[in-house]
Design a protein around this ligand. Structure first.
Ligand code: ARG
Length: 466
Protein backbone atom coordinates (compact mmCIF):
# COMPACT_ATOMS: atom_id res chain seq x y z
CA UNK A 1 0.00 0.00 0.00
CA UNK A 2 1.41 3.39 -0.92
CA UNK A 3 2.04 5.75 2.00
CA UNK A 4 0.80 9.33 1.87
CA UNK A 5 4.47 10.31 2.00
CA UNK A 6 5.63 7.67 -0.52
CA UNK A 7 7.16 10.07 -3.08
CA UNK A 8 10.53 10.46 -1.37
CA UNK A 9 11.06 6.73 -0.79
CA UNK A 10 12.28 3.85 -2.92
CA UNK A 11 11.48 1.03 -0.53
CA UNK A 12 8.41 0.05 1.46
CA UNK A 13 8.57 0.45 5.23
CA UNK A 14 9.65 -2.69 7.02
CA UNK A 15 6.65 -4.36 8.62
CA UNK A 16 8.20 -4.24 12.08
CA UNK A 17 8.74 -0.51 11.71
CA UNK A 18 5.20 -0.12 10.44
CA UNK A 19 3.78 -1.58 13.64
CA UNK A 20 6.30 0.20 15.83
CA UNK A 21 5.63 3.59 14.30
CA UNK A 22 1.89 3.31 14.17
CA UNK A 23 -0.31 4.99 16.77
CA UNK A 24 -3.71 4.21 15.29
CA UNK A 25 -4.46 1.53 17.90
CA UNK A 26 -4.57 4.22 20.59
CA UNK A 27 -5.04 7.55 18.82
CA UNK A 28 -8.20 6.32 17.06
CA UNK A 29 -10.05 7.75 20.05
CA UNK A 30 -9.24 11.22 18.68
CA UNK A 31 -11.39 10.72 15.60
CA UNK A 32 -14.08 13.23 16.59
CA UNK A 33 -11.58 15.95 17.40
CA UNK A 34 -9.63 15.18 14.23
CA UNK A 35 -12.68 15.43 12.01
CA UNK A 36 -14.10 18.50 13.75
CA UNK A 37 -10.71 20.19 13.40
CA UNK A 38 -10.49 19.24 9.72
CA UNK A 39 -13.97 20.57 9.03
CA UNK A 40 -12.99 23.94 10.53
CA UNK A 41 -9.73 23.93 8.56
CA UNK A 42 -11.42 23.07 5.24
CA UNK A 43 -14.13 25.67 5.83
CA UNK A 44 -11.43 28.27 6.42
CA UNK A 45 -9.49 27.20 3.29
CA UNK A 46 -12.66 27.67 1.22
CA UNK A 47 -13.52 31.03 2.82
CA UNK A 48 -9.99 32.33 2.17
CA UNK A 49 -10.04 31.14 -1.44
CA UNK A 50 -7.06 28.86 -0.78
CA UNK A 51 -9.12 26.02 -2.23
CA UNK A 52 -12.29 26.28 -4.33
CA UNK A 53 -15.49 26.66 -2.34
CA UNK A 54 -17.09 23.63 -3.98
CA UNK A 55 -14.06 21.53 -2.96
CA UNK A 56 -14.29 22.77 0.59
CA UNK A 57 -17.97 21.86 0.62
CA UNK A 58 -17.20 18.41 -0.71
CA UNK A 59 -14.53 17.88 1.96
CA UNK A 60 -16.87 18.96 4.77
CA UNK A 61 -19.62 16.71 3.41
CA UNK A 62 -17.21 13.78 3.14
CA UNK A 63 -15.84 14.31 6.64
CA UNK A 64 -19.33 14.39 8.12
CA UNK A 65 -20.10 11.08 6.42
CA UNK A 66 -16.92 9.54 7.81
CA UNK A 67 -17.75 10.78 11.30
CA UNK A 68 -21.21 9.23 11.14
CA UNK A 69 -19.78 5.94 9.88
CA UNK A 70 -17.13 5.78 12.60
CA UNK A 71 -19.80 6.54 15.21
CA UNK A 72 -21.78 3.58 13.90
CA UNK A 73 -18.74 1.31 13.96
CA UNK A 74 -18.65 0.92 10.19
CA UNK A 75 -15.04 2.01 9.73
CA UNK A 76 -12.03 -0.26 10.00
CA UNK A 77 -8.82 1.69 10.61
CA UNK A 78 -5.58 0.45 9.11
CA UNK A 79 -2.12 0.16 10.73
CA UNK A 80 -0.73 0.92 7.31
CA UNK A 81 -1.94 4.51 7.53
CA UNK A 82 -0.13 4.95 10.81
CA UNK A 83 -2.31 7.29 12.77
CA UNK A 84 -5.80 8.73 13.00
CA UNK A 85 -4.88 11.77 10.91
CA UNK A 86 -3.69 9.82 7.88
CA UNK A 87 -6.39 7.18 8.22
CA UNK A 88 -9.10 9.81 7.97
CA UNK A 89 -7.40 11.70 5.15
CA UNK A 90 -6.99 8.45 3.22
CA UNK A 91 -10.60 7.51 3.80
CA UNK A 92 -11.72 10.94 2.64
CA UNK A 93 -9.77 10.70 -0.59
CA UNK A 94 -11.13 7.21 -1.25
CA UNK A 95 -14.62 8.61 -0.84
CA UNK A 96 -14.53 12.01 -2.56
CA UNK A 97 -11.52 11.73 -4.86
CA UNK A 98 -9.10 14.55 -5.62
CA UNK A 99 -10.78 17.20 -3.45
CA UNK A 100 -9.76 15.06 -0.45
CA UNK A 101 -6.12 15.57 -1.37
CA UNK A 102 -6.53 19.31 -0.85
CA UNK A 103 -7.52 19.09 2.82
CA UNK A 104 -3.95 19.05 4.09
CA UNK A 105 -3.11 22.37 2.37
CA UNK A 106 -1.48 24.79 4.85
CA UNK A 107 -1.42 22.18 7.57
CA UNK A 108 0.96 19.61 9.04
CA UNK A 109 0.26 16.60 11.19
CA UNK A 110 2.30 18.40 13.81
CA UNK A 111 -0.20 21.20 14.31
CA UNK A 112 -3.05 18.81 13.59
CA UNK A 113 -2.13 16.44 16.42
CA UNK A 114 -1.49 19.37 18.75
CA UNK A 115 -4.99 20.61 18.00
CA UNK A 116 -6.61 17.20 18.49
CA UNK A 117 -4.92 16.62 21.82
CA UNK A 118 -5.90 20.01 23.18
CA UNK A 119 -9.51 19.53 22.11
CA UNK A 120 -9.61 16.08 23.65
CA UNK A 121 -8.05 17.18 26.95
CA UNK A 122 -10.46 20.12 27.21
CA UNK A 123 -13.45 17.80 26.78
CA UNK A 124 -12.14 15.26 29.28
CA UNK A 125 -11.27 17.88 31.90
CA UNK A 126 -14.88 19.05 31.82
CA UNK A 127 -16.11 15.50 32.34
CA UNK A 128 -13.70 14.93 35.22
CA UNK A 129 -14.76 18.18 36.90
CA UNK A 130 -18.36 17.01 36.58
CA UNK A 131 -17.49 13.67 38.20
CA UNK A 132 -15.70 15.44 41.07
CA UNK A 133 -18.79 17.60 41.62
CA UNK A 134 -20.86 14.42 41.85
CA UNK A 135 -18.50 13.09 44.47
CA UNK A 136 -18.69 16.41 46.37
CA UNK A 137 -22.49 16.03 46.41
CA UNK A 138 -22.12 12.65 48.11
CA UNK A 139 -19.58 14.03 50.60
CA UNK A 140 -21.88 16.94 51.49
CA UNK A 141 -24.93 14.72 51.91
CA UNK A 142 -23.12 12.36 54.29
CA UNK A 143 -21.72 15.33 56.17
CA UNK A 144 -25.11 16.97 56.67
CA UNK A 145 -26.47 13.66 57.99
CA UNK A 146 -23.59 13.29 60.44
CA UNK A 147 -22.94 16.74 61.85
CA UNK A 148 -23.13 15.32 65.39
CA UNK A 149 -21.41 11.98 64.76
CA UNK A 150 -18.51 12.35 67.18
CA UNK A 151 -15.36 10.47 66.26
CA UNK A 152 -11.73 10.64 67.29
CA UNK A 153 -9.38 12.72 65.19
CA UNK A 154 -5.85 11.37 65.03
CA UNK A 155 -2.28 12.53 64.84
CA UNK A 156 0.40 9.85 64.39
CA UNK A 157 -2.63 7.53 64.15
CA UNK A 158 -3.05 8.04 67.89
CA UNK A 159 -6.37 9.33 69.18
CA UNK A 160 -5.83 13.05 69.53
CA UNK A 161 -8.88 15.30 69.73
CA UNK A 162 -12.59 14.81 69.19
CA UNK A 163 -14.12 15.78 65.88
CA UNK A 164 -17.16 14.71 63.88
CA UNK A 165 -17.53 12.61 60.77
CA UNK A 166 -18.94 15.67 58.98
CA UNK A 167 -15.93 17.79 59.93
CA UNK A 168 -13.60 15.03 58.78
CA UNK A 169 -15.33 14.61 55.41
CA UNK A 170 -15.33 18.33 54.77
CA UNK A 171 -11.54 18.21 54.94
CA UNK A 172 -11.71 15.94 51.89
CA UNK A 173 -14.28 18.21 50.27
CA UNK A 174 -11.81 21.08 50.48
CA UNK A 175 -9.10 18.96 48.86
CA UNK A 176 -11.45 18.06 46.02
CA UNK A 177 -12.46 21.68 45.62
CA UNK A 178 -8.81 22.50 45.04
CA UNK A 179 -8.67 19.67 42.49
CA UNK A 180 -11.52 21.29 40.60
CA UNK A 181 -9.92 24.74 40.59
CA UNK A 182 -6.56 23.25 39.56
CA UNK A 183 -8.23 21.55 36.59
CA UNK A 184 -10.10 24.74 35.68
CA UNK A 185 -6.83 26.59 35.78
CA UNK A 186 -5.15 23.97 33.58
CA UNK A 187 -8.05 24.14 31.13
CA UNK A 188 -7.88 27.91 30.96
CA UNK A 189 -4.15 27.81 30.14
CA UNK A 190 -4.45 25.06 27.50
CA UNK A 191 -7.35 26.80 25.77
CA UNK A 192 -5.21 27.91 22.80
CA UNK A 193 -5.63 26.90 19.18
CA UNK A 194 -2.36 25.68 17.57
CA UNK A 195 -3.51 25.04 13.98
CA UNK A 196 -1.65 27.28 11.55
CA UNK A 197 1.69 26.50 13.20
CA UNK A 198 2.25 24.10 10.30
CA UNK A 199 5.20 21.76 10.70
CA UNK A 200 6.88 24.40 12.87
CA UNK A 201 7.36 27.64 10.88
CA UNK A 202 3.69 28.36 10.08
CA UNK A 203 2.72 28.82 6.41
CA UNK A 204 2.80 31.19 3.47
CA UNK A 205 -0.90 30.68 2.68
CA UNK A 206 -3.25 33.49 3.73
CA UNK A 207 -4.98 31.40 6.40
CA UNK A 208 -7.36 32.83 9.01
CA UNK A 209 -6.34 31.36 12.33
CA UNK A 210 -8.83 33.38 14.36
CA UNK A 211 -11.69 31.99 12.28
CA UNK A 212 -10.63 28.40 13.03
CA UNK A 213 -10.17 29.34 16.68
CA UNK A 214 -13.72 30.70 16.91
CA UNK A 215 -15.19 27.75 15.01
CA UNK A 216 -13.63 25.33 17.47
CA UNK A 217 -14.47 27.31 20.60
CA UNK A 218 -10.95 28.09 21.76
CA UNK A 219 -10.21 31.15 23.88
CA UNK A 220 -7.22 32.29 21.79
CA UNK A 221 -4.70 31.20 19.16
CA UNK A 222 -1.18 30.08 20.13
CA UNK A 223 1.28 32.92 19.78
CA UNK A 224 4.36 31.21 18.37
CA UNK A 225 4.32 28.47 15.76
CA UNK A 226 7.34 26.58 17.12
CA UNK A 227 5.80 26.53 20.58
CA UNK A 228 2.45 25.64 19.00
CA UNK A 229 3.75 22.27 17.81
CA UNK A 230 6.30 21.58 20.58
CA UNK A 231 4.30 22.42 23.66
CA UNK A 232 2.98 19.54 25.75
CA UNK A 233 3.03 21.46 29.02
CA UNK A 234 -0.71 21.02 29.24
CA UNK A 235 -0.26 17.23 29.20
CA UNK A 236 2.24 17.48 32.06
CA UNK A 237 -0.04 19.83 33.96
CA UNK A 238 -3.06 17.65 33.45
CA UNK A 239 -1.22 14.51 34.59
CA UNK A 240 0.04 16.45 37.58
CA UNK A 241 -3.44 17.68 38.53
CA UNK A 242 -4.81 14.17 38.10
CA UNK A 243 -1.98 12.77 40.23
CA UNK A 244 -2.89 15.12 43.07
CA UNK A 245 -6.55 14.16 42.69
CA UNK A 246 -5.65 10.46 42.85
CA UNK A 247 -3.47 11.13 45.89
CA UNK A 248 -6.56 12.53 47.61
CA UNK A 249 -8.75 9.62 46.58
CA UNK A 250 -6.05 7.25 47.73
CA UNK A 251 -5.82 8.86 51.16
CA UNK A 252 -9.56 8.60 51.65
CA UNK A 253 -9.46 5.01 50.38
CA UNK A 254 -6.82 4.22 52.95
CA UNK A 255 -8.99 5.69 55.72
CA UNK A 256 -12.03 3.70 54.62
CA UNK A 257 -9.94 0.51 54.47
CA UNK A 258 -8.87 1.09 58.09
CA UNK A 259 -12.37 2.05 59.19
CA UNK A 260 -13.77 -1.19 57.70
CA UNK A 261 -11.37 -3.31 59.75
CA UNK A 262 -12.59 -5.06 62.89
CA UNK A 263 -10.12 -2.93 64.83
CA UNK A 264 -12.09 0.23 63.95
CA UNK A 265 -15.49 -0.80 62.56
CA UNK A 266 -16.43 2.83 61.99
CA UNK A 267 -18.07 2.15 58.63
CA UNK A 268 -19.59 -0.65 56.67
CA UNK A 269 -19.50 -0.81 52.90
CA UNK A 270 -22.60 -1.86 51.03
CA UNK A 271 -22.49 -5.48 49.84
CA UNK A 272 -22.66 -4.24 46.25
CA UNK A 273 -19.37 -2.37 46.75
CA UNK A 274 -17.34 -4.97 48.62
CA UNK A 275 -16.07 -8.43 47.85
CA UNK A 276 -15.64 -11.74 49.62
CA UNK A 277 -12.77 -14.15 49.98
CA UNK A 278 -12.48 -17.40 48.08
CA UNK A 279 -11.43 -19.25 51.23
CA UNK A 280 -12.35 -17.25 54.35
CA UNK A 281 -16.14 -17.11 54.73
CA UNK A 282 -16.06 -14.30 57.30
CA UNK A 283 -14.33 -11.81 55.00
CA UNK A 284 -15.85 -8.70 53.49
CA UNK A 285 -13.11 -6.81 51.72
CA UNK A 286 -12.83 -3.17 50.62
CA UNK A 287 -11.36 -4.10 47.22
CA UNK A 288 -12.67 -0.97 45.52
CA UNK A 289 -10.73 1.26 47.90
CA UNK A 290 -7.64 -0.89 47.56
CA UNK A 291 -7.80 -0.71 43.78
CA UNK A 292 -8.15 3.06 43.86
CA UNK A 293 -5.15 3.25 46.19
CA UNK A 294 -3.26 0.93 43.83
CA UNK A 295 -4.26 2.63 40.59
CA UNK A 296 -2.87 5.91 41.89
CA UNK A 297 0.49 4.50 40.81
CA UNK A 298 -0.58 4.44 37.18
CA UNK A 299 -1.45 8.11 37.17
CA UNK A 300 1.84 9.06 38.84
CA UNK A 301 3.43 6.88 36.14
CA UNK A 302 1.79 8.99 33.44
CA UNK A 303 3.19 12.15 34.99
CA UNK A 304 6.66 10.64 35.14
CA UNK A 305 6.31 9.48 31.53
CA UNK A 306 5.36 12.94 30.30
CA UNK A 307 8.13 14.74 32.18
CA UNK A 308 10.72 12.21 31.03
CA UNK A 309 9.60 12.15 27.40
CA UNK A 310 9.91 15.92 27.17
CA UNK A 311 13.01 16.63 29.20
CA UNK A 312 15.60 16.11 26.47
CA UNK A 313 13.57 17.08 23.41
CA UNK A 314 14.90 19.80 21.16
CA UNK A 315 12.27 21.96 19.48
CA UNK A 316 10.10 21.36 17.55
CA UNK A 317 8.21 18.10 16.89
CA UNK A 318 9.93 14.78 17.61
CA UNK A 319 8.27 11.43 17.34
CA UNK A 320 8.87 10.87 21.05
CA UNK A 321 5.87 13.13 21.48
CA UNK A 322 3.57 10.41 20.20
CA UNK A 323 4.17 8.81 23.59
CA UNK A 324 2.01 11.53 25.17
CA UNK A 325 -1.15 9.74 24.02
CA UNK A 326 -1.06 6.58 26.09
CA UNK A 327 0.22 8.45 29.14
CA UNK A 328 -2.51 11.08 29.07
CA UNK A 329 -5.29 8.70 27.98
CA UNK A 330 -4.31 6.24 30.71
CA UNK A 331 -4.39 8.92 33.41
CA UNK A 332 -7.77 10.22 32.24
CA UNK A 333 -9.31 6.74 31.98
CA UNK A 334 -8.06 5.72 35.40
CA UNK A 335 -9.31 8.86 37.13
CA UNK A 336 -12.75 8.62 35.54
CA UNK A 337 -13.08 4.95 36.38
CA UNK A 338 -12.08 5.60 40.00
CA UNK A 339 -14.49 8.51 40.47
CA UNK A 340 -17.33 6.59 38.85
CA UNK A 341 -17.01 3.78 41.38
CA UNK A 342 -15.97 5.83 44.41
CA UNK A 343 -19.05 8.05 44.45
CA UNK A 344 -21.72 5.33 44.73
CA UNK A 345 -19.52 3.29 47.06
CA UNK A 346 -19.20 6.26 49.37
CA UNK A 347 -22.86 7.21 49.10
CA UNK A 348 -24.02 3.72 50.12
CA UNK A 349 -21.50 3.33 52.95
CA UNK A 350 -23.12 3.13 56.41
CA UNK A 351 -21.60 4.60 59.56
CA UNK A 352 -21.25 2.81 62.89
CA UNK A 353 -21.69 5.96 64.93
CA UNK A 354 -21.77 3.95 68.17
CA UNK A 355 -18.27 2.62 67.49
CA UNK A 356 -16.97 6.03 66.50
CA UNK A 357 -18.31 7.48 69.71
CA UNK A 358 -16.89 4.66 71.80
CA UNK A 359 -13.48 5.18 70.23
CA UNK A 360 -13.76 8.89 70.97
CA UNK A 361 -14.60 8.17 74.62
CA UNK A 362 -11.42 6.22 75.26
CA UNK A 363 -7.90 7.42 74.74
CA UNK A 364 -8.21 10.66 76.76
CA UNK A 365 -9.29 12.50 73.68
CA UNK A 366 -10.68 15.29 75.88
CA UNK A 367 -7.40 15.83 77.73
CA UNK A 368 -6.78 19.10 75.85
CA UNK A 369 -10.25 20.25 76.86
CA UNK A 370 -9.47 19.39 80.47
CA UNK A 371 -6.34 21.53 80.30
CA UNK A 372 -8.31 24.33 78.62
CA UNK A 373 -10.84 24.08 81.49
CA UNK A 374 -8.09 24.79 84.02
CA UNK A 375 -6.70 27.59 81.87
CA UNK A 376 -10.11 29.24 81.78
CA UNK A 377 -10.08 29.03 85.61
CA UNK A 378 -6.87 31.10 85.57
CA UNK A 379 -4.07 28.51 85.48
CA UNK A 380 -1.31 29.13 82.88
CA UNK A 381 -1.67 26.63 80.01
CA UNK A 382 1.72 24.96 80.58
CA UNK A 383 0.82 24.26 84.26
CA UNK A 384 -2.61 23.02 83.26
CA UNK A 385 -0.97 20.73 80.68
CA UNK A 386 1.21 19.17 83.41
CA UNK A 387 -1.65 18.81 85.84
CA UNK A 388 -3.81 16.97 83.31
CA UNK A 389 -0.80 14.84 82.36
CA UNK A 390 -0.62 13.66 85.98
CA UNK A 391 -4.35 12.95 85.98
CA UNK A 392 -4.06 10.89 82.76
CA UNK A 393 -1.17 8.95 84.22
CA UNK A 394 -3.25 8.20 87.31
CA UNK A 395 -6.23 7.10 85.17
CA UNK A 396 -4.07 4.72 83.12
CA UNK A 397 -2.89 3.03 86.33
CA UNK A 398 -6.41 2.70 87.74
CA UNK A 399 -7.95 1.86 84.33
CA UNK A 400 -10.27 4.86 84.40
CA UNK A 401 -11.06 7.72 82.04
CA UNK A 402 -11.23 11.43 82.91
CA UNK A 403 -15.04 11.29 82.96
CA UNK A 404 -15.13 8.44 85.49
CA UNK A 405 -12.93 10.24 88.07
CA UNK A 406 -14.77 11.57 91.13
CA UNK A 407 -14.70 15.22 92.05
CA UNK A 408 -12.50 14.20 94.98
CA UNK A 409 -9.95 12.68 92.58
CA UNK A 410 -9.94 15.92 90.62
CA UNK A 411 -9.67 18.10 93.70
CA UNK A 412 -6.77 16.06 95.01
CA UNK A 413 -4.75 17.19 91.99
CA UNK A 414 -5.94 20.79 91.78
CA UNK A 415 -8.30 23.00 93.75
CA UNK A 416 -9.33 24.67 90.50
CA UNK A 417 -11.56 21.74 89.53
CA UNK A 418 -15.29 22.18 90.19
CA UNK A 419 -18.24 19.96 89.30
CA UNK A 420 -18.64 21.85 86.01
CA UNK A 421 -15.60 19.85 84.81
CA UNK A 422 -17.87 16.99 83.75
CA UNK A 423 -19.70 19.21 81.34
CA UNK A 424 -16.39 20.47 79.94
CA UNK A 425 -15.25 16.88 79.38
CA UNK A 426 -18.46 15.82 77.65
CA UNK A 427 -17.57 15.06 74.02
CA UNK A 428 -20.55 17.01 72.77
CA UNK A 429 -19.22 20.09 74.56
CA UNK A 430 -15.70 19.45 73.33
CA UNK A 431 -16.91 19.46 69.74
CA UNK A 432 -19.71 22.01 70.14
CA UNK A 433 -17.47 24.64 71.70
CA UNK A 434 -15.04 24.58 68.81
CA UNK A 435 -17.00 27.14 66.88
CA UNK A 436 -14.14 29.09 65.37
CA UNK A 437 -13.92 29.25 61.59
CA UNK A 438 -12.74 25.82 60.46
CA UNK A 439 -13.78 24.02 63.65
CA UNK A 440 -15.99 20.93 64.14
CA UNK A 441 -19.00 22.56 65.89
CA UNK A 442 -22.10 21.49 63.93
CA UNK A 443 -23.15 25.03 63.02
CA UNK A 444 -19.62 25.81 61.80
CA UNK A 445 -19.44 22.63 59.71
CA UNK A 446 -22.82 23.56 58.25
CA UNK A 447 -21.26 26.83 57.14
CA UNK A 448 -18.39 24.88 55.55
CA UNK A 449 -20.82 22.61 53.71
CA UNK A 450 -22.89 25.56 52.51
CA UNK A 451 -19.76 27.14 51.10
CA UNK A 452 -18.77 24.03 49.15
CA UNK A 453 -22.36 23.73 47.96
CA UNK A 454 -22.24 27.25 46.54
CA UNK A 455 -18.94 26.43 44.90
CA UNK A 456 -20.35 23.32 43.21
CA UNK A 457 -23.40 25.28 42.05
CA UNK A 458 -21.13 27.94 40.53
CA UNK A 459 -19.03 25.34 38.72
CA UNK A 460 -22.19 23.77 37.27
CA UNK A 461 -23.52 27.17 36.30
CA UNK A 462 -20.29 28.04 34.46
CA UNK A 463 -20.35 24.65 32.77
CA UNK A 464 -23.92 25.16 31.58
CA UNK A 465 -22.83 28.37 29.85
CA UNK A 466 -19.52 27.03 28.49
N1 ARG B 1 0.92 10.26 15.30
C1 ARG B 1 1.73 11.39 15.48
C2 ARG B 1 1.77 11.79 16.95
O1 ARG B 1 0.93 11.38 17.67
C3 ARG B 1 1.20 12.54 14.67
C4 ARG B 1 2.23 13.56 14.30
C5 ARG B 1 3.18 12.99 13.33
N2 ARG B 1 4.08 13.96 12.82
C6 ARG B 1 5.25 13.63 12.27
N3 ARG B 1 6.01 14.57 11.88
N4 ARG B 1 5.62 12.37 12.15
O2 ARG B 1 2.63 12.48 17.38
Amino acid sequence: MAKLWAGRFQKETDLVVNDFNSSILFDCRLYQEDITGSIAHATMLGKQGIIEQHEADKIVEGLKGILADIDEGKVQFSLEYEDIHMNIEQLLTERIGDAGKRLHTARSRNDQVALDMRMYCKKEIREIIDLICGFLDALMKKSRENLDAVMPGYTHLQRAQPTTFAHYMMAYANMLKRDVTRLQDCLERMDEMPLGSGALASTTYPIDRQFVCDQLGFARVTDNSIDGVSDRDYCVELCSDLSILMMHLSRLSEEIISWCSWEFKFVELDDAYSTGSSIMPQKKNPDVCELIRGKTGRVYGSLTTMLTVLKGLPLAYNKDMQEDKEAVFGAIDTVKQCLEVFTPMFATMTLRRDNMRRAASGGFINATDCADYLTKKGMPFRDAYKTVGRLVNQCIKSEETLETLTLKDFAAISKSFGDDVYDALDLRTCVGERKVIGGPAPEEVTRQIDKIERFVAEVREQEAHA
